[in-house]
Design a protein around this ligand. Structure first.
Ligand code: NDP
Length: 448
Protein backbone atom coordinates (compact mmCIF):
# COMPACT_ATOMS: atom_id res chain seq x y z
CA UNK A 1 0.00 0.00 0.00
CA UNK A 2 2.83 2.35 0.98
CA UNK A 3 4.58 1.81 -2.37
CA UNK A 4 1.30 2.41 -4.30
CA UNK A 5 1.00 5.78 -2.54
CA UNK A 6 4.65 6.54 -3.30
CA UNK A 7 4.12 5.64 -6.99
CA UNK A 8 1.06 7.81 -7.32
CA UNK A 9 2.84 10.70 -5.55
CA UNK A 10 5.79 10.44 -7.92
CA UNK A 11 3.50 10.28 -10.98
CA UNK A 12 1.53 13.27 -9.74
CA UNK A 13 4.65 15.34 -9.02
CA UNK A 14 6.27 14.41 -12.34
CA UNK A 15 3.19 15.80 -14.12
CA UNK A 16 3.27 18.94 -11.99
CA UNK A 17 6.96 19.56 -12.72
CA UNK A 18 6.41 18.99 -16.45
CA UNK A 19 3.57 21.53 -16.55
CA UNK A 20 5.37 24.09 -14.35
CA UNK A 21 9.08 23.84 -15.19
CA UNK A 22 11.57 25.55 -12.89
CA UNK A 23 8.96 26.61 -10.32
CA UNK A 24 10.74 25.07 -7.36
CA UNK A 25 8.86 26.80 -4.54
CA UNK A 26 5.54 25.88 -6.16
CA UNK A 27 6.65 22.23 -6.51
CA UNK A 28 7.71 22.22 -2.85
CA UNK A 29 4.40 23.63 -1.60
CA UNK A 30 2.34 21.19 -3.66
CA UNK A 31 4.46 18.21 -2.61
CA UNK A 32 3.96 19.12 1.07
CA UNK A 33 0.22 18.89 0.50
CA UNK A 34 0.11 16.00 -1.96
CA UNK A 35 2.00 13.69 0.37
CA UNK A 36 -0.99 13.85 2.75
CA UNK A 37 -3.83 14.35 0.31
CA UNK A 38 -3.12 11.60 -2.24
CA UNK A 39 -3.54 8.74 0.29
CA UNK A 40 -6.64 10.49 1.68
CA UNK A 41 -8.10 10.86 -1.81
CA UNK A 42 -7.24 7.28 -2.76
CA UNK A 43 -9.73 6.09 -0.14
CA UNK A 44 -12.41 8.45 -1.43
CA UNK A 45 -13.14 7.76 -5.12
CA UNK A 46 -15.44 10.80 -5.42
CA UNK A 47 -12.37 13.08 -5.15
CA UNK A 48 -10.02 10.91 -7.12
CA UNK A 49 -12.37 10.45 -10.06
CA UNK A 50 -13.01 14.19 -10.33
CA UNK A 51 -9.25 14.94 -10.16
CA UNK A 52 -9.78 17.54 -7.47
CA UNK A 53 -6.12 17.90 -6.44
CA UNK A 54 -4.99 18.23 -10.08
CA UNK A 55 -7.56 20.99 -10.56
CA UNK A 56 -6.49 22.74 -7.35
CA UNK A 57 -2.88 22.91 -8.53
CA UNK A 58 -3.87 24.81 -11.69
CA UNK A 59 -4.74 28.42 -10.72
CA UNK A 60 -8.04 29.77 -12.07
CA UNK A 61 -6.05 32.53 -13.76
CA UNK A 62 -2.75 34.40 -13.62
CA UNK A 63 -2.47 38.07 -14.45
CA UNK A 64 0.99 39.48 -15.28
CA UNK A 65 1.49 43.13 -16.08
CA UNK A 66 4.05 45.90 -16.57
CA UNK A 67 4.38 48.50 -13.82
CA UNK A 68 6.07 51.70 -14.98
CA UNK A 69 6.92 54.53 -12.60
CA UNK A 70 9.26 57.50 -12.33
CA UNK A 71 11.93 57.71 -9.60
CA UNK A 72 12.96 60.89 -7.79
CA UNK A 73 15.74 61.54 -10.32
CA UNK A 74 13.27 61.46 -13.20
CA UNK A 75 14.36 58.01 -14.46
CA UNK A 76 11.66 55.70 -15.82
CA UNK A 77 11.65 52.39 -13.97
CA UNK A 78 9.97 49.16 -15.07
CA UNK A 79 8.82 46.35 -12.78
CA UNK A 80 6.58 43.32 -13.20
CA UNK A 81 3.28 42.96 -11.38
CA UNK A 82 1.34 39.74 -10.74
CA UNK A 83 -1.95 38.52 -9.36
CA UNK A 84 -2.57 34.80 -9.03
CA UNK A 85 -6.26 33.97 -8.66
CA UNK A 86 -5.90 30.42 -7.47
CA UNK A 87 -9.29 29.16 -6.32
CA UNK A 88 -12.59 30.90 -5.54
CA UNK A 89 -14.69 27.84 -4.71
CA UNK A 90 -15.55 28.97 -1.19
CA UNK A 91 -15.34 32.76 -1.52
CA UNK A 92 -13.71 35.66 -3.36
CA UNK A 93 -9.97 35.32 -3.96
CA UNK A 94 -8.09 36.58 -0.92
CA UNK A 95 -4.38 36.87 -0.22
CA UNK A 96 -1.64 39.41 0.23
CA UNK A 97 0.54 41.45 -2.07
CA UNK A 98 4.32 41.09 -1.72
CA UNK A 99 6.87 43.66 -2.86
CA UNK A 100 10.34 42.11 -2.80
CA UNK A 101 13.09 41.72 -5.44
CA UNK A 102 12.84 37.91 -5.16
CA UNK A 103 9.19 37.85 -6.27
CA UNK A 104 8.55 35.61 -9.26
CA UNK A 105 5.79 33.37 -10.60
CA UNK A 106 6.91 30.31 -8.64
CA UNK A 107 6.89 32.10 -5.28
CA UNK A 108 3.49 33.68 -5.87
CA UNK A 109 1.97 30.40 -7.10
CA UNK A 110 3.19 28.61 -3.98
CA UNK A 111 1.76 31.37 -1.81
CA UNK A 112 -1.60 31.39 -3.61
CA UNK A 113 -1.86 27.59 -3.40
CA UNK A 114 -1.09 27.61 0.34
CA UNK A 115 -3.51 30.47 0.84
CA UNK A 116 -6.38 28.39 -0.53
CA UNK A 117 -5.93 25.81 2.23
CA UNK A 118 -5.29 28.40 4.92
CA UNK A 119 -8.39 30.41 4.09
CA UNK A 120 -10.46 27.26 4.14
CA UNK A 121 -9.17 26.44 7.64
CA UNK A 122 -10.39 29.80 8.98
CA UNK A 123 -13.99 28.67 8.44
CA UNK A 124 -14.71 31.96 6.63
CA UNK A 125 -15.92 32.29 3.02
CA UNK A 126 -12.54 33.17 1.48
CA UNK A 127 -10.92 31.79 -1.68
CA UNK A 128 -7.17 31.80 -2.32
CA UNK A 129 -5.02 34.30 -4.22
CA UNK A 130 -1.71 36.15 -4.00
CA UNK A 131 0.05 38.93 -5.86
CA UNK A 132 3.02 41.20 -5.86
CA UNK A 133 5.94 42.63 -7.71
CA UNK A 134 9.71 42.39 -7.92
CA UNK A 135 9.78 46.05 -6.82
CA UNK A 136 12.16 46.60 -3.87
CA UNK A 137 10.78 49.21 -1.45
CA UNK A 138 14.10 49.28 0.45
CA UNK A 139 15.95 52.52 -0.07
CA UNK A 140 13.04 54.13 -1.96
CA UNK A 141 11.55 57.44 -0.84
CA UNK A 142 7.92 57.59 0.30
CA UNK A 143 7.07 59.42 -2.94
CA UNK A 144 8.65 56.69 -5.03
CA UNK A 145 6.72 54.01 -3.13
CA UNK A 146 3.52 56.02 -3.66
CA UNK A 147 4.10 56.37 -7.40
CA UNK A 148 4.87 52.68 -7.70
CA UNK A 149 1.72 51.69 -5.74
CA UNK A 150 -0.44 53.99 -7.87
CA UNK A 151 0.94 52.52 -11.08
CA UNK A 152 0.52 48.95 -9.75
CA UNK A 153 -3.13 49.59 -8.86
CA UNK A 154 -3.82 51.30 -12.18
CA UNK A 155 -3.67 47.84 -13.77
CA UNK A 156 -4.73 45.71 -10.79
CA UNK A 157 -8.03 47.55 -10.25
CA UNK A 158 -9.56 45.86 -13.33
CA UNK A 159 -9.13 42.43 -11.74
CA UNK A 160 -10.14 42.98 -8.09
CA UNK A 161 -13.28 43.98 -6.20
CA UNK A 162 -14.96 43.32 -2.84
CA UNK A 163 -16.79 40.25 -4.20
CA UNK A 164 -14.10 39.22 -6.69
CA UNK A 165 -10.63 39.43 -5.22
CA UNK A 166 -9.55 41.24 -2.05
CA UNK A 167 -5.77 41.70 -1.64
CA UNK A 168 -3.95 42.65 1.59
CA UNK A 169 -0.35 43.22 2.73
CA UNK A 170 2.59 40.83 2.90
CA UNK A 171 6.39 41.29 2.83
CA UNK A 172 7.14 44.89 1.84
CA UNK A 173 3.46 45.88 1.89
CA UNK A 174 2.32 47.38 5.19
CA UNK A 175 -0.27 49.98 6.10
CA UNK A 176 1.54 52.76 4.19
CA UNK A 177 1.42 50.80 0.93
CA UNK A 178 -2.17 49.62 1.51
CA UNK A 179 -3.12 53.31 1.93
CA UNK A 180 -1.58 54.26 -1.42
CA UNK A 181 -3.14 51.24 -3.16
CA UNK A 182 -6.60 51.84 -1.70
CA UNK A 183 -6.44 55.58 -2.53
CA UNK A 184 -5.68 54.82 -6.16
CA UNK A 185 -8.45 52.18 -6.41
CA UNK A 186 -10.94 54.69 -5.01
CA UNK A 187 -9.79 57.37 -7.42
CA UNK A 188 -10.02 55.08 -10.46
CA UNK A 189 -13.37 53.50 -9.68
CA UNK A 190 -15.07 56.28 -7.69
CA UNK A 191 -16.14 53.60 -5.22
CA UNK A 192 -15.37 53.39 -1.51
CA UNK A 193 -15.58 49.66 -0.85
CA UNK A 194 -13.73 46.88 0.91
CA UNK A 195 -11.39 45.97 -1.92
CA UNK A 196 -8.30 45.72 0.28
CA UNK A 197 -7.81 44.65 3.88
CA UNK A 198 -5.22 45.92 6.29
CA UNK A 199 -6.53 49.46 5.81
CA UNK A 200 -6.02 52.09 8.50
CA UNK A 201 -8.87 52.46 10.99
CA UNK A 202 -9.85 55.87 9.55
CA UNK A 203 -10.85 54.38 6.20
CA UNK A 204 -12.44 51.05 6.91
CA UNK A 205 -9.72 49.06 8.65
CA UNK A 206 -10.40 46.62 11.46
CA UNK A 207 -9.02 46.67 14.96
CA UNK A 208 -6.31 44.01 15.45
CA UNK A 209 -5.72 43.44 11.71
CA UNK A 210 -2.19 44.76 11.96
CA UNK A 211 -1.45 42.52 14.93
CA UNK A 212 -3.52 39.51 13.84
CA UNK A 213 -0.97 37.29 12.12
CA UNK A 214 1.60 37.52 14.93
CA UNK A 215 -1.00 37.29 17.70
CA UNK A 216 -2.65 34.35 15.93
CA UNK A 217 0.64 32.43 15.79
CA UNK A 218 0.90 32.77 19.57
CA UNK A 219 -2.75 31.79 20.13
CA UNK A 220 -2.20 28.67 18.07
CA UNK A 221 0.97 27.82 19.99
CA UNK A 222 -0.97 28.32 23.21
CA UNK A 223 -3.48 25.70 22.05
CA UNK A 224 -0.66 23.32 21.11
CA UNK A 225 0.89 23.68 24.56
CA UNK A 226 -2.43 23.44 26.41
CA UNK A 227 -3.06 20.07 24.78
CA UNK A 228 0.19 18.90 26.42
CA UNK A 229 -0.75 20.54 29.74
CA UNK A 230 1.93 23.18 29.27
CA UNK A 231 1.84 26.96 29.08
CA UNK A 232 3.70 29.84 27.46
CA UNK A 233 4.73 31.57 30.65
CA UNK A 234 8.47 31.29 31.25
CA UNK A 235 9.24 29.62 27.91
CA UNK A 236 12.32 30.81 26.00
CA UNK A 237 11.52 31.78 22.41
CA UNK A 238 13.54 32.46 19.25
CA UNK A 239 11.88 34.54 16.53
CA UNK A 240 13.18 35.36 13.06
CA UNK A 241 12.17 38.51 11.20
CA UNK A 242 11.53 42.00 12.54
CA UNK A 243 8.53 42.94 10.43
CA UNK A 244 4.81 42.87 11.01
CA UNK A 245 4.47 39.17 11.90
CA UNK A 246 7.65 38.90 13.98
CA UNK A 247 7.06 42.01 16.11
CA UNK A 248 3.44 41.13 16.89
CA UNK A 249 4.36 37.53 17.64
CA UNK A 250 6.96 38.90 20.07
CA UNK A 251 4.44 41.32 21.57
CA UNK A 252 1.90 38.61 22.42
CA UNK A 253 4.59 36.26 23.75
CA UNK A 254 5.90 39.00 26.05
CA UNK A 255 2.34 39.70 27.23
CA UNK A 256 1.94 36.00 28.06
CA UNK A 257 5.13 35.99 30.15
CA UNK A 258 7.38 34.15 27.68
CA UNK A 259 11.00 35.27 27.17
CA UNK A 260 11.77 36.46 23.63
CA UNK A 261 15.48 36.19 22.88
CA UNK A 262 15.93 37.02 19.19
CA UNK A 263 14.74 39.02 16.19
CA UNK A 264 16.35 39.20 12.76
CA UNK A 265 16.32 40.75 9.31
CA UNK A 266 18.08 39.84 6.10
CA UNK A 267 21.45 41.05 7.47
CA UNK A 268 21.48 38.95 10.65
CA UNK A 269 19.98 38.51 14.11
CA UNK A 270 20.17 40.03 17.56
CA UNK A 271 20.37 37.88 20.69
CA UNK A 272 19.18 39.59 23.85
CA UNK A 273 19.73 37.15 26.74
CA UNK A 274 17.85 39.49 29.10
CA UNK A 275 14.74 39.08 26.96
CA UNK A 276 13.13 41.66 24.69
CA UNK A 277 10.69 43.81 26.66
CA UNK A 278 7.61 45.65 25.37
CA UNK A 279 9.55 48.89 25.65
CA UNK A 280 12.41 47.54 23.51
CA UNK A 281 9.84 46.19 21.05
CA UNK A 282 8.26 49.64 20.65
CA UNK A 283 11.73 50.86 19.75
CA UNK A 284 12.03 48.09 17.11
CA UNK A 285 8.63 48.99 15.62
CA UNK A 286 9.69 52.61 15.31
CA UNK A 287 13.02 51.51 13.81
CA UNK A 288 11.32 49.33 11.20
CA UNK A 289 8.12 51.25 10.41
CA UNK A 290 9.31 54.85 10.66
CA UNK A 291 13.07 55.01 10.28
CA UNK A 292 13.19 51.83 8.11
CA UNK A 293 16.50 50.91 9.76
CA UNK A 294 18.36 47.62 10.29
CA UNK A 295 18.02 45.28 13.29
CA UNK A 296 21.75 45.58 13.96
CA UNK A 297 20.98 49.01 15.45
CA UNK A 298 19.15 47.20 18.29
CA UNK A 299 22.41 45.54 19.35
CA UNK A 300 24.21 48.88 19.31
CA UNK A 301 21.39 50.67 21.17
CA UNK A 302 20.67 48.06 23.86
CA UNK A 303 24.18 46.58 24.11
CA UNK A 304 23.70 42.97 23.04
CA UNK A 305 25.02 40.59 20.40
CA UNK A 306 24.43 40.90 16.66
CA UNK A 307 25.50 38.04 14.37
CA UNK A 308 25.12 37.29 10.70
CA UNK A 309 22.93 34.35 9.74
CA UNK A 310 19.80 32.99 11.37
CA UNK A 311 18.80 32.87 15.03
CA UNK A 312 18.26 29.09 15.26
CA UNK A 313 21.55 28.42 17.02
CA UNK A 314 20.28 30.26 20.10
CA UNK A 315 18.95 27.65 22.59
CA UNK A 316 15.17 28.00 22.97
CA UNK A 317 12.11 25.95 23.89
CA UNK A 318 9.88 27.44 21.19
CA UNK A 319 10.84 28.67 17.71
CA UNK A 320 8.86 31.04 15.51
CA UNK A 321 10.15 31.54 11.96
CA UNK A 322 8.46 34.80 10.91
CA UNK A 323 10.60 36.15 8.04
CA UNK A 324 10.39 34.25 4.74
CA UNK A 325 10.26 30.91 2.91
CA UNK A 326 12.95 28.24 3.44
CA UNK A 327 14.62 30.08 6.30
CA UNK A 328 14.77 26.97 8.50
CA UNK A 329 16.84 24.23 6.93
CA UNK A 330 17.85 20.78 8.08
CA UNK A 331 21.04 21.82 9.96
CA UNK A 332 19.11 24.66 11.68
CA UNK A 333 16.49 22.23 12.88
CA UNK A 334 19.04 19.68 14.04
CA UNK A 335 20.56 22.42 16.22
CA UNK A 336 17.11 23.36 17.56
CA UNK A 337 16.36 19.73 18.44
CA UNK A 338 19.77 19.28 20.07
CA UNK A 339 19.10 22.37 22.17
CA UNK A 340 15.78 20.97 23.43
CA UNK A 341 13.27 22.87 21.29
CA UNK A 342 9.76 21.51 21.97
CA UNK A 343 7.63 23.19 19.31
CA UNK A 344 7.79 25.31 16.16
CA UNK A 345 4.98 27.54 14.91
CA UNK A 346 5.36 29.06 11.45
CA UNK A 347 4.59 32.77 11.18
CA UNK A 348 6.15 32.99 7.71
CA UNK A 349 4.83 31.00 4.76
CA UNK A 350 6.72 27.74 4.10
CA UNK A 351 9.72 28.74 6.23
CA UNK A 352 10.74 25.11 6.80
CA UNK A 353 12.39 23.02 4.08
CA UNK A 354 11.18 19.43 3.44
CA UNK A 355 14.35 18.01 5.08
CA UNK A 356 13.80 20.17 8.16
CA UNK A 357 10.16 19.05 8.44
CA UNK A 358 11.30 15.43 8.40
CA UNK A 359 13.79 16.08 11.22
CA UNK A 360 11.08 17.75 13.33
CA UNK A 361 8.71 14.85 12.73
CA UNK A 362 11.31 12.23 13.62
CA UNK A 363 12.24 14.12 16.79
CA UNK A 364 8.53 14.42 17.69
CA UNK A 365 8.84 18.21 17.89
CA UNK A 366 5.37 19.70 17.54
CA UNK A 367 5.25 21.67 14.33
CA UNK A 368 2.36 23.98 13.46
CA UNK A 369 2.57 24.75 9.71
CA UNK A 370 1.92 28.20 8.28
CA UNK A 371 -1.51 27.34 6.88
CA UNK A 372 -2.69 26.85 10.43
CA UNK A 373 -0.37 29.01 12.51
CA UNK A 374 -0.40 32.23 10.49
CA UNK A 375 -4.06 32.09 9.42
CA UNK A 376 -4.97 34.76 11.99
CA UNK A 377 -4.05 37.54 9.55
CA UNK A 378 -6.40 36.42 6.84
CA UNK A 379 -9.04 35.56 9.43
CA UNK A 380 -9.14 39.15 10.67
CA UNK A 381 -9.04 40.30 7.05
CA UNK A 382 -12.22 38.25 6.60
CA UNK A 383 -13.67 40.04 9.61
CA UNK A 384 -12.61 43.38 8.10
CA UNK A 385 -14.52 42.44 4.92
CA UNK A 386 -17.62 41.60 6.96
CA UNK A 387 -17.41 44.91 8.83
CA UNK A 388 -16.99 46.81 5.53
CA UNK A 389 -19.98 45.05 3.95
CA UNK A 390 -22.35 46.00 6.74
CA UNK A 391 -20.59 49.30 7.49
CA UNK A 392 -19.97 48.69 11.16
CA UNK A 393 -16.87 48.50 13.34
CA UNK A 394 -16.35 45.97 16.12
CA UNK A 395 -14.20 47.03 19.04
CA UNK A 396 -10.76 45.63 19.78
CA UNK A 397 -11.99 43.09 22.32
CA UNK A 398 -14.68 41.75 19.97
CA UNK A 399 -12.21 41.20 17.12
CA UNK A 400 -9.64 39.64 19.45
CA UNK A 401 -12.27 37.26 20.79
CA UNK A 402 -13.16 36.16 17.24
CA UNK A 403 -9.46 35.71 16.46
CA UNK A 404 -8.83 33.54 19.52
CA UNK A 405 -11.89 31.42 18.75
CA UNK A 406 -10.85 30.94 15.10
CA UNK A 407 -7.28 29.95 16.05
CA UNK A 408 -8.62 27.48 18.57
CA UNK A 409 -10.96 25.97 15.95
CA UNK A 410 -8.07 25.70 13.49
CA UNK A 411 -6.07 23.88 16.15
CA UNK A 412 -8.92 21.45 16.77
CA UNK A 413 -9.31 20.69 13.05
CA UNK A 414 -5.58 19.91 12.85
CA UNK A 415 -5.90 17.55 15.79
CA UNK A 416 -8.98 15.88 14.31
CA UNK A 417 -7.14 14.94 11.11
CA UNK A 418 -3.56 14.76 12.38
CA UNK A 419 -3.68 12.89 15.68
CA UNK A 420 -1.40 9.85 16.00
CA UNK A 421 -1.74 8.73 19.61
CA UNK A 422 0.10 11.26 21.76
CA UNK A 423 1.67 13.04 18.80
CA UNK A 424 -0.19 15.40 16.46
CA UNK A 425 1.01 15.75 12.87
CA UNK A 426 -0.30 19.30 12.51
CA UNK A 427 0.84 19.50 8.90
CA UNK A 428 -1.24 16.47 7.90
CA UNK A 429 -4.20 17.72 9.92
CA UNK A 430 -4.09 21.19 8.33
CA UNK A 431 -3.72 19.81 4.82
CA UNK A 432 -6.65 17.43 5.07
CA UNK A 433 -8.99 19.79 6.92
CA UNK A 434 -8.20 22.63 4.48
CA UNK A 435 -8.64 20.39 1.45
CA UNK A 436 -12.01 18.89 2.42
CA UNK A 437 -14.01 22.08 2.42
CA UNK A 438 -12.67 23.33 -0.91
CA UNK A 439 -13.06 19.86 -2.43
CA UNK A 440 -16.71 19.60 -1.36
CA UNK A 441 -17.48 22.94 -2.99
CA UNK A 442 -15.67 21.94 -6.19
CA UNK A 443 -17.64 18.70 -6.37
CA UNK A 444 -20.89 20.64 -5.98
CA UNK A 445 -20.08 22.87 -8.97
CA UNK A 446 -19.47 20.01 -11.39
CA UNK A 447 -16.57 19.94 -13.81
CA UNK A 448 -15.08 23.38 -14.47
P1 NDP B 1 7.53 42.39 6.61
O1 NDP B 1 7.95 42.97 5.30
O2 NDP B 1 6.83 43.25 7.59
O3 NDP B 1 8.80 41.77 7.34
C1 NDP B 1 9.55 40.77 6.74
C2 NDP B 1 10.75 40.46 7.64
O4 NDP B 1 11.41 39.30 7.13
C3 NDP B 1 11.78 41.58 7.65
O5 NDP B 1 12.43 41.59 8.89
C4 NDP B 1 12.73 41.15 6.54
O6 NDP B 1 14.05 41.64 6.65
C5 NDP B 1 12.74 39.64 6.73
N1 NDP B 1 13.05 39.00 5.44
C6 NDP B 1 12.37 39.13 4.28
N2 NDP B 1 12.98 38.43 3.31
C7 NDP B 1 14.05 37.85 3.89
C8 NDP B 1 15.07 36.99 3.41
N3 NDP B 1 15.09 36.59 2.15
N4 NDP B 1 16.00 36.58 4.30
C9 NDP B 1 15.99 36.98 5.59
N5 NDP B 1 15.04 37.80 6.10
C10 NDP B 1 14.10 38.22 5.25
O7 NDP B 1 6.66 41.11 6.23
P2 NDP B 1 5.59 40.32 7.13
O8 NDP B 1 6.03 40.32 8.53
O9 NDP B 1 4.27 40.81 6.76
O10 NDP B 1 5.72 38.85 6.51
C11 NDP B 1 6.65 37.89 7.02
C12 NDP B 1 6.21 36.50 6.63
O11 NDP B 1 4.87 36.26 7.13
C13 NDP B 1 6.09 36.23 5.11
O12 NDP B 1 6.41 34.90 4.86
C14 NDP B 1 4.62 36.46 4.83
O13 NDP B 1 4.18 35.77 3.68
C15 NDP B 1 4.01 35.86 6.09
N6 NDP B 1 2.66 36.30 6.38
C16 NDP B 1 2.36 37.63 6.57
C17 NDP B 1 1.07 38.00 6.87
C18 NDP B 1 0.70 39.40 7.21
O14 NDP B 1 -0.44 39.61 7.66
N7 NDP B 1 1.57 40.38 7.04
C19 NDP B 1 -0.03 37.01 6.88
C20 NDP B 1 0.40 35.64 6.76
C21 NDP B 1 1.69 35.33 6.48
P3 NDP B 1 14.56 42.79 5.66
O15 NDP B 1 13.84 44.03 6.12
O16 NDP B 1 16.02 42.84 5.84
O17 NDP B 1 14.15 42.37 4.27
Amino acid sequence: MQSTHQDSLERFLAGLRRRNPGEHEFHQAVEEVAVNILPFVAERPQYEHKRILERMTEPDRIIIFRVCWEDDEGNIRVNRGYRIQCNNSIGPYKGGIRFHPSVNLSILKFLAFEQTFKNSLTGLPLGGGKGGSDFDPKGKSANEVMRFCQSFMTELHRHVGPDTDVPAGDIGVGSREVGYLFGQYKRLTNRFEGVLTGKALEFGGSHIRNEATGYGVVYLMENVLQRCQEELEGKTCAISGAGNVATHCAEKLIERGAKVLTLSDSSGFIYDPEGITQEKLEWVKELKNERRGRIQEYAEHFGCEFSEGRPWKVPCELAFPCATQNEMEEPDVRTLVRNGCQAVAEGANMPTTPGAIEVLREARVLHAPAKAANAGGVAVSGLEMSQNSVRIRWNREEVDEHLQRIMSEIHDQCVEFGEHGEYVDYMRGANIAGFRKVAHAMLAYGVM
